[in-house]
Design a protein around this ligand. Structure first.
Ligand SMILES: NC(=O)C1=CN([C@@H]2O[C@H](COP(=O)(O)OP(=O)(O)OC[C@H]3O[C@@H](n4cnc5c(N)ncnc54)[C@H](OP(=O)(O)O)[C@@H]3O)[C@@H](O)[C@H]2O)[C@@H](O)CC1
Ligand SMILES: [K+]
Length: 477
């Protein structure tokens, strides 16, 4: 499992390391990682031109020390000092000692900066790191806008303009190919991967405690270890029995897609309770199907919603499921019904429950929460409702009421297709039925679904039903 920490947590861990090691040494270590990230991506290194954008804080100091190392590797390096009177003294001395070129934006060098940037093979962003407050100020933002897209763009610690805690960027932002982040991951780097690019964690001798992290990422091996794995002596109930309430006359395919997602995770048995029982059994003969969830027999987790419609019959089925003792996942039309009948959601408070909204569905249920900050919004939603909330998106987020959020980093554009979410809810339903906690089932399901989406992209396998075959592919060790 990977972990990410807030700026406050990173600062707390850093201050202990500063007392032990001293800031110059930490900075030199951070700079070594930045220089390595640059050299590793350039061929040839010698003779390449680098520009450092240097702010007035320690982030600029990291960049200057990295520039000194790049000079040693034979690169032509220009440091652009955005606040020349306050540039980091130790970093600047090290850089000058290696005969790096210095331009000050407020003096004679100002006019030359645009031209130097235009020619750069590499631009290193040391404008601001975790000491920044609010959107980039205009005098820094103007240089970000001039960074050529063709250059290798390397951000030190955090791309300037990106909020490391939330991943939001209200104004101009340095768009990085690579971010070398110091000491530990920050949540914003996971959420805004389009801005952060590839994220490398620079180990400089301190790391916050994993147990303190409130933002996590599952890996393939984590998920593999969580999946139901039948052994001798297993029966269908040890494998888990999900019950699916999905599909309608208008959306018969949703029933098949959702049931298929559940079957292909390999539970002990799948039950179906809705108006498409005959179609479900015709496609999935292993499923035990009827139309009434109250007469479905033993179910260890319910999934309700995909394509089920929003009429009285659908509402009755949803009520039955919400009243059940088992864990419940509500998706799609089920969420529309929950938005109209908040008492149903209130009835699930503090019981094992997962909601899987996309942003429009989320806004219907939680109209007061601002999705500009998705991390904050999903966390507050889970706390308000007392249930696990999976917010779909390019980076799907899973929040549990206690405040921990899992960021899903798998997926591809091929998942943005009709019926893909129906498969996801079936997958999570099977994991819930196998006994995983709501947040773990939701996060593991999103991970598996995302990997299936990546395989679909690689195979050009169009159509949500293709995901069925791509869900449980063994992990390459
Ligand atoms: N401490 C250490 O030993 C280690 C630290 N490390 C490194 O230090 C970094 C943190 O350094 P930091 O605390 O100096 O803050 P930093 O991110 O450089 O920003 C402060 C500067 O930004 C300015 N500024 C603020 N807001 C702004 C805005 N919106 N737009 C524009 N400017 C803005 C602010 O200006 P002021 O408000 O003072 O006028 C001030 O000049 C960290 O990210 C990591 O890279 C690592 O090397 C490990 C060892
Ligand atoms: K930066």
């Amino acid at each position: 499992m990977l972990h990410a920490w807030t700026v406050e947590q990173i600062r707390a861990a850093e201050s202990a390391a500063l007392a032990r090691t001293g800031d110059q040494e930490l900075m030199r270590r951070a700079a070594g990682h930045v220089a390595w990230a640059v050299c590793d991506r350039l061929d040839p290194v010698t003779g390449a031109e680098a520009v450092l954008l240097v702010g007035a804080g320690n982030n600029g100091g990291d960049a200057l020390h990295a520039g000194a190392l790049l000079r040693r590797r034979g690169m032509a390096v220009t440091a652009v000092l955005l606040d020349p009177g306050r540039a980091h003294a130790g970093g600047l001395a090290a850089f000058r000692a290696r005969r790096g070129r210095v331009l000050a934006v407020d003096g004679a060098g100002g006019g030359a900066v645009a031209g130097v940037l235009e020619r750069a093979d590499v631009v290193v962003d040391g404008i601001v790191g975790i000491g920044a407050r609010g959107p980039l100020r205009p005098d820094a933002a103007r240089w970000v806008d001039l960074v050529p897209a063709a250059a290798l763009r390397v951000a030190v610690d955090v791309p300037s303009g990106l909020d490391p805690d939330t991943g939001t960027h209200a104004g101009p932002v340095f768009t990085a190919d690579v971010t070398v982040t110091v000491g530990g991951l920050k949540p914003g780097l996971l959420l805004a991967d389009d801005v952060a690019g590839t994220v490398l964690v620079a180990d400089v001798g301190f790391a916050p405690k994993p147990a303190d992290a409130r933002v996590e990422v599952l890996t393939d091996l984590d998920v593999e270890a969580l999946l139901p794995d039948p052994r001798t002596g297993s029966d269908k109930y040890t494998g888990g029995v999900p019950g699916i309430v999905a599909g309608s006359a208008q959306y018969p395919g949703a029933a098949l897609l959702c049931v298929g997602g559940a079957v292909r995770v390999r539970p002990g048995m799948v039950r179906y309770a809705g108006p498409q029982a005959a179609a479900v059994v015709a496609r999935w003969p292993e499923v035990v199907a009827g139309d009434d969830p109250s007469r479905a027999g033993q179910v260890q987790a319910w999934v309700a919603g995909p394509g089920m419609g929003t009429d009285e019959a659908a509402l009755d089925r949803l009520r039955t499921v919400v009243d059940a003792d088992a864990p419940v996942l509500v998706d799609a039309d089920g969420l529309t019904l929950l938005a109209r009948h908040p008492e149903l959601l209130a009835a699930r408070r503090d019981r094992p429950t997962v909601l899987t909204p996309h942003e429009r569905e989320f806004a219907r249920i939680f109209p007061d929460l601002d999705l500009a900050d998705r991390l904050g919004a999903v966390r507050r939603a889970a706390a308000l409702a007392g249930v696990t909330v999976l917010l779909k998106g390019h980076r799907t987020l899973v929040a549990e009421p206690g405040g921990t959020v899992t960021v899903n980093t798998t997926g591809s554009g091929w998942l943005a297709t009709a019926g893909s979410g129906d498969v996801l809810s079936g997958v999570i339903g099977s994991l819930l039925a196998a006994g995983l906690s709501p947040a773990t089932a939701a996060a593991a399901g999103a991970h598996l679904h995302g990997r299936a989406g990546e395989r679909a992209a690689a195979l050009r396998a169009a159509g949500a039903h293709q995901l069925w075959d791509l869900l449980r592919v063994p992990v390459q060790r």
